[in-house]
Design a protein around this ligand. Structure first.
Ligand code: HEC
Length: 102
């Protein structure tokens, strides 16, 4: 039974490797106007720092924005940049930002 379950567990644990950070870099051009090129958002405090966040945190956040599930005061600003993203885009962006220094 363990032998059957092991590949599933590994697959779930290896989620991070399914994102391509190089492609995430290309996609991140559309995020830079608010989160800045390095994702640290130092210029204007309205925009949260996303560089160095955990991969799964980024995937979850982007997925929630895409589904219009987040409604904090400024969440609407994230709807337009994320509505068109595919699941793979989300993984690539998360892989890219997760690798940047905090
Ligand atoms: C028009 C400005 C704008 C653009 C463009 C933008 N964001 Fe955001 N982003 C925001 C704002 C404002 C928030 C905070 C929203 C909130 O409080 O719910 C945010 C929040 C986030 C968060 C959640 C951070 C946290 O700690 O909860 C992530 C992740 C994120 N953005 C990633 C991205 C990515 C990736 C892109 C490009 C695809 C992008 N953003 C494009 C303005 C923007």
């Amino acid at each position: 039974m363990l032998a059957v379950l092991a590949p599933m567990v590994c697959e779930a644990g290896a989620d991070e490797t399914r994102g391509d950070p190089r492609r995430g870099l290309e996609l991140s051009v559309s995020c830079a106007s608010c989160h800045e090129g390095d994702g640290r958002s130092l210029g204007y405090r309205l925009y949260p720092r996303i560089a160095g966040q955990h991969y799964q945190y980024l995937v979850n956040a982007l997925t929630e924005f895409r589904r219009l599930e987040r409604h904090q005061a400024y969440a609407f600003q994230m709807w337009d940049p994320t509505l068109h993203l595919t699941d793979q885009d989300v993984r690539d962006l998360a892989a890219y930002y997760a690798k940047l220094p905090w």
